[in-house]
Ligand binder design. Structure first.
Ligand SMILES: *Cc1c(COP(=O)(O)O)cnc(C)c1O
Length: 359
């Protein structure tokens, strides 16, 4: 075959989404993709249903109404917001616009798999930095920076660790980066972390910080693929030149706008998650399965060994419960468990208790 892609593309390992089935079983409890167990706001569903009448129309290209709604609710300047097909698209656009062969893209040891994919997709060199006890280490990142560093991707709160670093640490990271590097703060779980702005204030204070957010997690719209970014005006302008003009469908735009404006519903989901997340981590700890304090909508449950984690995974599947074994993230001895609703949390805690008792 003489037609071949950029070499780095063949180094990409296919992204695997959370499993959603167990062979031979129906009525699965899916806790593998950090989805909102309550689903989206009823207002978002209504807006999506109404969009069926306009399926023959092209959607808008400027996303003005959605950007205005995001601006109103999250106190950001709509002119500096870009909307994408999930935040994944925005992470890709940043890499496409700002890096290429010879450039370095930093992410951390347990960082989200997409960061490596977006770097390799454009031929940039991935640079993996160690974490400290499952927490991002700002000094290690700063030490890894070179003149070739262009982008630093970190999720805060992070997936799959569920840990986060404080605002002062993020500010120190942004201030310490080399001149040509930009900090990308992936805020997919920012809404779950009490009193955290996702990096909004830092974006406004500096010209080298970009924040991404998503409708896939707290808003319960993972199936529609909508995310957004907030950054320096010049960066937004660059990204808008390369994004597909009709990247978001009319139905997705309408649902997202209704979802973001339904702040009562969002707050209810946030509070429910916080309550059952704390209950679940305590319940598992009592059963001999510890986890770090989670600031997101999942917990990273630590087992004694890879064998024990795998055996527990098999047992959970036998009970119709699907979680994630995050081996590829450097956690062969862990299971990542999404915080479901009350009955889901009770069911998974009960099953893990039975598993531990049987050992
Ligand atoms: C789920 C998740 C996202 C969201 O991706 P979308 O493309 O918006 O669905 C982004 N970053 C991290 C770390 C995630 O876990």
């Amino acid at each position: 075959m003489t037609i071949s892609p950029k070499p780095s593309i063949m180094d990409i390992t296919l992204y695997k989404g959370g499993a959603s089935s167990v062979a031979g079983m129906t009525n699965i409890l899916k806790l593998s993709s950090n989805e909102n167990p309550h689903g989206p706001s009823p207002k978002a569903k209504d807006a999506y249903a109404r969009a069926v009448h306009d399926l023959h129309r092209y959607p808008v290209t400027d996303h003005a109404r959605l950007r205005r709604a995001i601006g109103d609710v999250w106190s950001v300047d709509p002119d500096r917001v870009i909307c994408g097909v999930g935040s994944d698209e925005i992470l890709h656009l940043l890499a496409q616009a700002y890096t290429g062969p010879g450039d370095e893209v930093i992410y951390t040891e347990h960082g989200f798999a997409i960061y490596r994919i977006v770097a390799l997709a454009v031929g940039a060199t991935p640079v993996v930095v160690p974490e400290r006890e499952r927490v991002i280490d700002v000094d290690a990142i700063l030490a890894a920076c070179t003149d070739a560093t262009r982008l630093v991707y970190i999720a805060n709160p992070a997936n799959p660790t569920a840990t986060m670093i404080g605002q002062a640490e993020i500010a120190r990271l942004a201030a310490g980066l080399p001149e040509r590097a930009m900090l990308v703060l992936d805020g997919a779980y920012a809404e779950f972390a009490e009193g955290y702005d996702g990096g909004r204030a830092l974006v406004e204070a500096r010209d080298n910080v970009f924040m991404t957010r998503t409708f896939s997690k707290i808003y319960g719209l993972g199936g529609l693929r909508i995310g957004w970014g907030y950054g320096p005006r010049a960066v937004i302008d660059v990204l808008n030149r390369i994004r597909g003009p009709f990247n978001l469908s009319g139905g997705a735009l309408a649902a997202a706008e209704a979802a973001v404006r339904d702040t009562d519903y969002t707050e209810k989901c946030r509070a429910e998650n916080a309550r059952w997340r704390d209950w679940l981590s305590t319940a598992l700890a009592e059963r001999g399965v510890p986890s770090d304090t989670s600031t997101a909508n999942f917990i990273l449950a630590r087992f004694a060994s890879e064998d024990e984690a795998l055996a527990c995974n098999v047992y959970l599947e036998s009970q119709g419960i699907v979680v994630r074994h995050p081996k590829s993230y450097g956690f062969p001895h862990c299971l990542r468990i999404t915080v479901g609703d009350e009955s889901a949390c009770r069911r998974v805690a009960h099953a893990i208790g039975q598993f531990k008792d049987s050992r």
